[in-house]
Design a protein around this ligand. Structure first.
Ligand code: NI
Length: 404
């Protein structure tokens, strides 16, 4: 992801933000928690240390704590009488990446790094939990959901499948992600798709190998494969309505080794991104039809595999409205980005939104030197300045939706 175009829609970001004073009071604690988690990154489903710290803190704040869902998942519950139930979700895992930052809290686990800010997401939810458990200015139940393995492991899906919402029923569920390049004090969210689905495909063109000088004695899978790669582009340009979105990127093309040998087969693979399930299904069918059709026309055979990854993250309209209303109370209406401008990246919070109504928002991580480095980069760092903003947003959402 590069420059975020919606940043330019913003007016000057207001200096003053309506951060809850109780949360502001433990800003320094949150910064310490975040840096400790940052220093000890763990991969999906083995976030044992992180999960233990989260559970201990939640207990200390007075929440009911449940562990073990999806291996390292933690759910902390705050009950305050009869009322609706709300889920707030954060992710625990880091990435298989070597950190190139040089500050004192840089990763001590070689080849592991919190390069997506999940250390910050976890801390913001811990901050909200501490505030909510301490003040209880709401009527109903709050479930703070800390899920493992967002980065490819589908921990959100595993939690839902293991009975998250049966064990911890919610009327709605909310999540957020930091957004480098968006100024501190901005929050973006809207109804409908906010992130894409992420699928992959792999196919083998089985031709007939032979001498490069005698192609008529062979069935050349390279030429056939090249036709397939080119033809895949008609899915976006000719087969999909111009206002719908689909990306088909062929990223792997493996064939042959010698200059003078026509290889026997070619393996082709790539990625597919969409926002709508019907476009996703149609794209899968088209890829297979194109690959098999071209192979057949050329006397080759084709084996085609399609792997469905995370579905698109689609915000429910009523919850998007409520989330942005709560966000506006914290950062000011003028610092909200409401115009839909979804990203082609993906997120496994999507599984929770398929199970329950809810909304996912982006919270500005800052620009330039302070928070502007894009996620998944070895120089990335979550901006501690936004910890109280994210925590206050979640707290405001609870107090608004579970109003006394
Ligand atoms: Ni992330």
């Amino acid at each position: 992801m590069g420059c975020i175009s919606w940043v330019h829609q913003l007016k000057k970001v207001k200096e003053f933000m309506n951060i809850k004073k109780e949360i502001e009071a433990f800003r320094n604690d949150m910064t310490k928690w975040r840096r400790d988690i940052h220093q000890h990154p763990e991969l999906g489903f083995v976030e044992h240390r992180t999960s233990k710290i989260v559970a201990e803190k939640l207990e200390e704040f007075g929440l009911e704590v449940n562990t073990g869902l999806a291996k390292t998942g933690v759910v902390g519950t705050i009950r305050n009488g009869e009322g609706p139930s709300i889920g707030l979700r954060a992710d625990l895992d880091a990435l298989p990446l070597s950190e190139l930052n040089e500050f004192e809290y840089k990763s001590v686990n070689e080849g592991r790094m919190h390069a997506c800010g999940h250390d910050g997401h976890t801390t913001m939810l811990l901050g909200a939990a501490k505030y909510l458990a301490g003040t209880k200015q709401f009527k109903g139940t709050v479930h703070c959901i800390f899920q493992p393995a967002e980065e490819g492991g589908g921990g959100g899906d595993v939690m839902v499948k293991e009975g998250l919402f049966e064990q911890f029923p919610v009327d709605a569920v909310y999540g957020m992600h930091n957004m480098p390049g968006a100024p501190v004090g901005t929050i973006a969210g809207w109804a409908g798709p906010i992130l894409a689905s992420a699928d992959s495909f792999e196919l083998v063109v089985q031709g007939k190998g032979g001498h490069a000088a005698m192609p008529d004695h062979a069935i050349d899978p390279v030429v056939i494969g090249a036709q397939i790669v080119n033809s895949f582009q008609i899915i976006a340009s000719r087969q999909t309505a111009p206002l719908d979105s689909v990306v088909v990127s062929t990223t792997r093309f493996n064939a042959g080794e010698a200059f003078n040998v026509i290889p026997d087969s070619v393996t082709i693979g790539g990625s597919v991104r969409t926002f709508k399930s019907e476009i996703r299904e149609a794209t899968e069918r088209s890829l297979q039809k194109i690959a098999e059709g071209i192979c057949m026309a050329n006397g080759a055979t084709c084996s085609f595999k399609y792997h469905k990854g995370y579905p698109a993250t689609v915000n429910h309209s009523e919850q998007a409205r409520l989330a942005m209303q709560a966000a506006g109370k914290v950062v000011g209406e003028e610092n909200l980005i409401r115009e839909p401008n979804p990203l082609m990246a993906s997120e496994d919070f999507s599984y929770m939104l398929l199970a329950k109504p809810g909304c996912f928002v982006f919270i500005g991580n800052g620009t330039g030197e302070k928070g502007g480095c894009m996620v998944h980069n070895p120089h990335y760092d979550f901006n501690d300045e936004i910890l109280p903003i994210g925590a206050s947003y979640s707290a405001s959402l609870v107090e608004q939706e579970l109003a006394i």
